[in-house]
Design a protein. Structure first.
Length: 254
């Protein structure tokens, strides 16, 4: 069942989203050659807790996972698309890292992700990150009252496929509120004008995950969490928590 949020609840979610945005900004600023993924995770955790919130990902244990998630961030490097576990790996020049972050504040959740290159950036990686951000922007623009869920997926998918990129199979966004994952599932491909009617008060996490070589398939690491491209191609992930307002989309994690 899709829960509609009141204006006051959306504002509380915006506060949670701002904690997430601040943590991601700090991680981006601190990520440099030689910095470990554990360092970035500790930085984000300290900022989230310092803001009076709780790291949303830590100890999250869905039914498909072999163990609870151990980090406050998902840190996915190069061919890792999503759900990378922070570990002692130290960033190298040219690494493409996707960072997913969530926080719960006063019982409400925020969730967002960014991708960027550490040090010297390859032009192909710059283009991949830009395309992923653009695909997200197209999806957000379609998140308007009166549109359908398929309009979001169509906007994302048509842009990403048109630019020659693949998209992680079987994954997409989700409703969000008191829990990180709520109804509905938000596919990154769809048919315009089809699916659930979008109404004011819905809050969605919209998150395209693009793969550089046009492939969609993935494999899971032995940790049971990290999803990697089968071909070894690089990937990028971009996400915002978005409320559907009377006048259009409101990004809560800007």
């Amino acid at each position: 069942m899709v829960e509609l949020k009141t204006s006051a609840e959306v504002q509380t979610m915006r506060a949670a989203g701002q904690v997430v945005a601040a943590a991601l900004a700090a991680v981006r600023k601190s990520a440099a050659v030689g910095v470990s993924l554990l360092d970035l995770d500790a930085l984000a955790a300290d900022l989230i807790v310092g803001a009076g919130a709780v790291p949303l990902f830590r100890d999250y244990h869905p039914s498909w996972a072999p163990s609870p998630f151990p980090g406050s961030l998902c840190t996915s490097v190069n061919d890792a698309v999503v759900h990378g576990i922070p570990d002692p790996y130290r960033l190298r020049d040219g690494d493409l890292i996707s960072v997913d972050c969530g926080a719960r504040l006063d019982g409400w959740c925020g969730d967002a992700a960014i991708s960027f290159v550490v040090g010297t950036a390859d032009l192909a990686d710059i283009a991949l990150v830009a395309a992923t951000e653009a695909a997200l922007a197209h999806g957000i623009a379609a998140a308007r009252p009166g549109n359908r869920l398929g309009d979001i997926g169509a906007a994302i998918g048509l842009y990403a496929r048109g630019a020659g990129y693949g998209m992680l199979a079987d994954h997409g966004g989700h409703g969000i509120g008191r829990r990180m994952h709520e109804d509905p599932h938000v596919p990154n491909e769809g048919r315009a004008g089809k699916g659930l009617l979008l109404r004011p008060g819905m809050v969605l996490a919209i998150e395209p995950m693009l793969i550089a070589d046009g492939s969609d398939d993935y494999r899971c690491d032995a940790d049971g969490w990290t999803l990697r491209t089968v071909t070894g191609a690089r990937a990028a992930h971009s996400e915002h928590t978005v409320a559907i307002g009377e006048d259009g989309p409101e990004v809560l994690t800007r």
